[in-house]
Design a protein. Sequence first.
Length: 185
Amino acid sequence: MDYQLLPHEYMVMNSDHVSFGKNGLATDELILTNLHLIHIKKSFWGGKKDQVTIPINQIKIFEGKPQVSVTKTNGMKRLEIYYNGGQAIFSFNNTKDTDKWARNIIKLISGDTSNFETLGDSSLFGADVLAETFKDTFDTFKAGLGIKDAEPEKISTKCSFCGAPLSGQVKQTVRCAYCDMEQSL
């Protein structure tokens, strides 16, 4: 992997042998974290040529649905993603991986970090375990200070992007201090 994770960034999945665009060699790498989709363009010999980082919160949403889809052209499945900076098209050696990538990106955007699908050759770093650890740490800290959730209109939860603790009033929009993502409580 040719990408340095930020302190509050966690690996969800990655694939080697990915092609970018409509007609490309499957030499690139694609990485999905809780914050970014990273495309690392590689040369034919495997050296890093370029990197494109797409923040997850920049993927377009239309009528509540993330603009992430799997299309089929000439029998080949492709992952198409529309984001504020344009469009990205990826193809995988294993066509089953295309569907898993699409489902995992959609789950991440929708805040469902509990059941990511793994690929045969990649590992998953349990985003749900990390989120629960953050919550437990925060709850222990609160208990140690004698802080109680006395008012029913207030809520404490975890960030759907990075798992950091969030708190505020019900239906309030808050910005996570760790990953800078906005979300409703």
